[in-house]
Design a protein around this ligand. Structure first.
Ligand SMILES: [Zn+2]
Length: 279
């Protein structure tokens, strides 16, 4: 059997990849930061403001992840750096855009100290009102701090997390194909123990998973490189039902190597016996 254990990115990048990602991601951050600040300023309803903020954060995160994929970036440190730069740039430019909306003179470039002084003035005057009263500066600052933390943490972490869990075949120079789900199965033991077994190349706990009775279930997500057919990976996922009867998936063990033979065995696990061999 070939490789065992867990998939990790090689850390490699193409020569053009990082330049392309930076050239597109940074202007995008500027545009998104400005646009969201203007929209948040224009709309009066707090719910609309929050939706715009979330849409900006999620939109930028997926844009960064998409660019990393197109640029064939397999370096997770680079992914963190790009995400962080995009977050800081978008967040700062949203502040500059707000300052432009509120102040005559419209300066485009701000010294961070001046921007901070501007924020302080806005907070003291009361950025928002509750009834007829402006809300206290401390509350305004709290909202801004939460907003900033969300902006920076999500846009830094989300693309990085998606990238590190997106396997790449170095032999073929391509991302692996989409998942095939197998299951549901009855939980087959302690995930920590199974994880330790997988690390040693022993998949026996998974090869004999049986049909499920009740939630929570287990599910296997299988994927492989369709070009070389030489790289096979699996995720072990826990499925629970929420109050509305919707499935919620939580990955217990991510991206472990399986052999071609193990892929076939696992793929067969949820198929009726008479179908096995024919498919
Ligand atoms: Zn391949």
């Amino acid at each position: 059997m070939g490789q065992h254990g867990f998939f990790h990115h090689s850390g490699k990048m193409t020569l053009w990849g990082p330049a392309m990602v930076m050239l597109l991601a940074l202007p995008l951050a500027l545009i998104a930061g400005n646009l969201s600040a203007v929209l948040i300023y224009v709309f009066d309803w707090i719910a609309v403001k929050i939706v715009i903020l979330f849409a900006t954060i999620i939109g930028l995160s997926f844009a960064v992840y998409g660019l990393l994929r197109v640029g064939r970036i397999r370096n997770t440190t680079f992914a963190l750096v790009v995400g962080f730069l995009v977050a800081i740039l978008a967040w700062t430019s949203s502040w500059v855009a707000l300052a432009q909306a509120l102040i005559d003179g419209h300066p485009w470039l701000w010294h961070p100290g001046d921007l901070y002084a501007f924020a302080q003035t806005v907070a003291e005057q009361g950025r928002w009102q509750k009834g007829d009263q402006p809300i206290p500066a401390l509350v305004t600052w709290s909202v801004w701090v939460i907003e900033a933390l969300m902006f920076v943490s999500v846009i830094t972490v989300l693309p990085w997390d998606y990238l590190r869990n997106s396997p790449y075949c170095e032999d073929c120079g391509r991302w692996l194909d989409a998942n095939t789900s197998v299951g549901p199965f009855a939980p087959g033991g302690d995930p920590y123990a199974i994880r330790a077994e997988i690390e040693r190349g022993n998949l026996s706990s998974l090869l004999y998973l049986g049909p499920a009775q009740d939630a929570p279930y287990w599910e296997l997500q299988l994927r492989y490189c369709g070009l070389c057919e030489n790289m096979y990976l699996a995720n072990l996922v826990r499925l629970t039902l929420d109050d509305e009867g919707e499935h919620k998936r939580h990955k217990l063990i991510r991206n472990f190597y399986i052999s071609r033979q193990q892929y076939d065995t696992l793929w067969d696990l949820d198929k009726p016996d008479k179908l096995k061999g024919q498919l």
